[in-house]
Ligand binder design. Structure first.
Ligand SMILES: Nc1ncnc2c1ncn2[C@@H]1O[C@H](COP(=O)(O)OP(=O)(O)OP(=O)(O)O)[C@@H](O)[C@H]1O
Ligand SMILES: [Mg+2]
Length: 452
């Protein structure tokens, strides 16, 4: 209101004062002078109102345009002054083109974001201070981050890794992409290849370093598996094969006409062939487990059912050796999850098979719930009353081909791969194997896997 009166006074003040002065000097009669003053004030008020409303509307449009709030243009509810109308029209056009440009920028930003999100490889954006600003969906999946997650756990370890830190340093100093290969230790070692690129100029959110990661764990596992398989297979097959070749030569030569010797040699040859078959089966089984080791299992396994099934399947072997198998299983459900039931059954089979071979009179199979730190899980334990294992051997039992008593183990026809397979299956399940043994008193193999 104050503004309106002041503007009206500015417009109508001078003519009104002139009319008043003329009337005072007697140049104008009082009646016409009063009418003229009234008209002058009324038109000044009207003009001031039109002017002020038009200006305040222009101001509002300008404010919204400056704050990028839109919509920038709206219909004018009052008649326009001609000159102001043209200004308003120009401003409207400017506002509409700003609006269109802002919408385009939003769309482009959304599509950039969508492309980055959809990339199959983990991608990180860091500030110049190495702080994590953004991680795409693949990176969040690999490192288990929340959407706005800070660099914790594996991600923190990655960014602090000396090779990674060096690559980030180089990227900030040199132009051009920097790359590095690194292994992230953890429950499962992850092998990553990282490309680092400095962003010049930095992104609007302060992003200065772009890191693209490629997970090479699976590829490396397959590579190593192939090399190990060839080395192990050729090494372990050489002895039985040499012995078979030797016997064939003997059968063709010196033992040609000796049916008793022939019979004995054929028996040994059959045994050696069987040993080679077992070896190949176990090596292939181990390779299969190793290939899937870095992928967490899916699904659930009914631990009680699978332990009962394995115990039942081995019952004749136990009976044959005169060893008693005692089951101490709980009543309620015992579910391992996430877990692969076939692989857990193989763990149970390998441990029961070892216990059976070493036990004197009895093997006990127990199961139950158990915690590992903060993690809920299920356990099962295979206990035998055999000769036990000397302390120094225990840490090495899960190495492939490791046998405590090589001569005796070879005689029985075992390959020394059973516990190596157990170790890899449990690594895949993020589980644990604990071995306790006392000489002369027997051994205990305890398995823990995550569960409900
Ligand atoms: N319950 C046990 N008591 C005593 N020693 C054991 C027991 N279980 C395993 N061992 C020792 O650990 C070694 C490695 O076991 P592992 O199961 O890996 O191989 P293996 O039984 O010899 O052969 P495979 O299981 O491949 O047929 C065995 O050779 C044996 O010396
Ligand atoms: Mg075994």
């Amino acid at each position: 209101m104050g503004g309106l009166l002041a503007t009206a006074a500015l417009i109508g003040g001078a003519p009104t004062l002139t009319l008043l002065a003329l009337a005072a000097m007697g140049e104008l009669r009082a009646g016409p002078a009063a009418l003229a003053i009234l008209l002058c004030l009324a038109s000044a008020l009207g003009l001031a109102w039109f002017w002020l409303s038009a200006v305040s509307r222009l101001a509002a449009v300008l404010h919204r345009a400056a704050d990028e709030e839109g919509p920038f243009s709206a219909p004018l509810p009052i008649p326009r002054l001609p000159a102001i109308g043209r200004v308003e029209e120009g401003l409207g056009r400017l506002a509409r083109s700003l609006e269109a440009r802002a919408a385009l920028v939003t769309r482009l930003r959304a599509s950039d974001e969508a492309i980055v999100e959809a990339l199959p490889d983990p991608l990180l954006i860091l500030g110049a201070d190495r702080r994590l600003l953004r991680a795409n969906a693949a990176a969040r999946r690999v490192f288990g981050l929340q959407r706005e997650g800070a660099a914790r756990g594996d991600m923190g370890a990655l960014l602090r890794h000396p090779l990674m830190a060096a690559a980030l340093d180089r990227a900030l100093v040199d132009d051009g992409p920097q790359s590095t290969e690194l292994a992230l230790p953890g429950s499962l070692t992850r092998e990553l290849s990282a490309q680092v690129l400095a962003l010049n100029p930095p992104l609007a959110d302060g992003g200065k370093l772009l890191v693209v990661l490629t997970d090479r764990t699976a590829a490396r596992a397959v590579e190593r598996m192939r090399v190990d398989f060839v080395a192990n297979a050729s090494h372990e097959l050489r002895t039985p094969l040499a012995s078979i070749i030797g016997f064939i030569e003997t059968l063709r030569g010196p033992a040609k006409d000796d049916p008793v010797a022939q019979d004995r040699f054929l028996g040994i040859m059959a045994e050696q062939s069987e040993r080679m078959r077992r070896l190949i089966d176990d090596l292939l089984g181990l390779s299969r487990v190793e290939i899937t080791e870095h992928q967490a299992p899916e699904g659930k396994a009914d631990l009680l059912a699978l332990l009962q099934a394995e115990a039942a399947a081995l019952e004749p072997l136990f009976a044959g050796r005169g060893v008693h198998l005692t089951l101490a299983l709980p009543e309620g459900p015992l579910t391992a999850a996430p877990a692969n039931a076939d692989q857990l059954a193989q763990v149970a089979r390998n441990l029961l098979d070892n216990a059976l071979r070493h036990a004197t009179r009895e093997v006990r199979l127990e199961a139950g719930h158990g915690r590992q730190g903060a993690r809920e899980g299920v356990t099962f334990t295979v206990r035998d009353d055999g000769p036990g294992i000397a302390r120094e051997h225990i840490p090495r039992l899960t190495e492939r081909f490791y046998r405590v008593d090589k001569a005796r183990a070879r005689g029985v026809g075992n390959t020394g791969l059973g516990l190596a397979i157990v170790k890899h299956i449990l690594a895949r399940h993020r589980g644990q194997l604990t071995i306790e043994s006392e000489m002369g008193l027997g051994s205990t193999f305890k398995v823990w896997v995550p569960g409900e």
